[in-house]
Design a protein around this ligand. Structure first.
Ligand SMILES: Cc1cc2nc3c(=O)[nH]c(=O)nc-3n(C[C@H](O)[C@H](O)[C@H](O)COP(=O)(O)OP(=O)(O)OC[C@H]3O[C@@H](n4cnc5c(N)ncnc54)[C@H](O)[C@@H]3O)c2cc1C
Length: 378
């Protein structure tokens, strides 16, 4: 086995780290991925699997459209099928205020390249006959769908191995130190050397950044999902509610998956530890309000996942400020869909190529305050 330093060490094997490592290896670098669990067992493997470009912020629409295409054709791009299904999507507003806000946001996203159309309640009901009568306005997008996020680890593992990446899973990194030639990666299985390092720690990104003295102020949410028993067809689109509290879709096996703003409990040391019954009840109530056929449906499962986000909701993708050859990627809301595209772009940057879509420079801090970066403002 070579004792030469790796060209790049990626720490965190979720969708962001795996997609970055894949691009680097396909670009000719010798790459290692460190993942303390299995690949994509945190957010990237427990998310709701929505592939919905229209729920991404305008600055991420081009990236989301590309991510959508990659997952929909994952066999071609990654070698294995993620079991993606293309469907139509609707986001629903139930009050005049919600409708005004929805229209403003959706026009911005349409201008950014997402094929969104604003439609009235009658047309929404033609598209989704199961809707309740209270809809005031809807945003419609023909490009929507879902995939089986639980397959992410399997898909990326075989792609990474085929590309020659050393996958060190069940290996927790404890610290990263600057050395003359690059970085020393200290893990619970020993120390490895790499010329470059990529931090891709999801909700744990702030802890990783501190290894390099970078005080990234990243937060996290503990998202809670619920799943019903198998039902006859009750919904044929991917649905969202404009206040962000609900996404809802029915899988081919008949189960309906619901999530959104409903939170569980936990922390960075223990992960998601507590299903919150009020969140389950609120989620179900809202689901029934949107699709009345869900009244009487039994819930069979609920689980939690940790999602990172910045106070300004901007993604963090680029060089770590002040640390040469160190890079960071994460804090992307709804990042499963976009991850394969974002990893490619960061990989291009590290390979010395010009990324063909913008990245999102990590913020710099003065006296603990973030200062504006990259033109998107704070
Ligand atoms: C419940 C839920 C539902 C969601 N629904 C959707 C959806 O429908 N559609 C969508 O597009 N997005 C969705 N998201 C968001 C999406 O899942 C995330 O944005 C995305 O998966 C984040 O990827 P990541 O690689 O940054 O983080 P993660 O997948 O969390 O990966 C980070 C990895 O770093 C590893 N790690 C941490 N510390 C260390 C260490 N010290 N050493 C080694 N490894 C370490 C972790 O084990 C983890 O595997 C959802 C998120 C959640 C939680």
């Amino acid at each position: 086995m070579s004792t030469d330093p790796f060209d790049a060490a990626v720490i965190g094997g979720g969708v962001m780290g795996s997609a970055t490592a894949l691009r680097l290896a396909r670009g000719g670098m010798r790459v290692v991925v460190f993942e303390r669990r299995g690949l994509c067992m945190e957010a990237s493997g427990v998310n709701a699997g929505s592939l919905s470009p229209m729920i991404k912020r305008a600055i991420l629409i081009p990236h989301a459209m590309r991510g959508y295409e990659i997952w929909q054709n994952s066999r071609k791009h990654l070698g294995l099928d993620i079991d993606a299904h293309a469907m139509e999507g609707l986001i629903l507003a139930y009050t005049k205020d919600e409708a005004e806000e929805l229209e403003t946001i959706m026009i911005e996203r349409r201008d950014a390249g997402c094929p969104i159309e604003m439609i009235g309640p009658n047309r929404a009901k033609e598209i989704e006959p199961g809707l309740s009568d209270q809809v005031v306005l809807a945003a419609y997008c023909p490009l929507d769908g879902h995939g089986d996020s639980a397959r992410s680890g399997l898909v990326f593992r075989q792609a990474l191995v085929a590309a020659g990446v050393a996958v060190r899973d069940h290996t927790a990194v404890e610290n990263v130190e600057r050395t003359d030639g690059g970085f020393a990666i200290h893990s619970d299985a020993g120390t490895a050397a790499a010329k470059r390092v990529v931090l891709a720690g999801g909700a744990w990104l702030g802890r990783m950044a501190r290894w390099l003295g970078y005080p990234l102020d990243v937060r996290y949410k503990i998202n809670q999902l619920v799943v019903t028993e198998r039902l006859p067809p009750v919904v044929r689109t991917v649905l969202g509610v404009s206040n962000g509290m609900l996404t809802l879709k029915q899988a081919e096996n008949g189960t309906v998956v619901m999530g959104g703003g409903w939170q569980g409990t936990g922390d960075l040391d223990q992960g998601g530890t507590g299903i919150v019954s009020d969140s389950v009840a609120g989620n179900l109530q809202l689901g029934r309000y949107v699709i009345p056929a869900l009244i009487g449906a039994r819930l069979v499962r609920s689980w939690l996942g940790m999602e990172a986000l910045m106070p300004d909701y901007n993604p963090v993708i680029g060089p770590v400020p002040g640390v040469e050859d160190a890079f960071i990627i994460g804090a992307v809301r709804g990042g499963w869909e976009v991850g394969p595209c974002l990893g490619q772009l960061l990989g291009d940057l590290i390979l010395g190529l010009e990324p063909d879509l913008p990245l999102f420079d990590p913020p710099t801090y003065e006296d603990g305050e973030a200062t504006a970066v990259n033109g998107y403002g704070l």
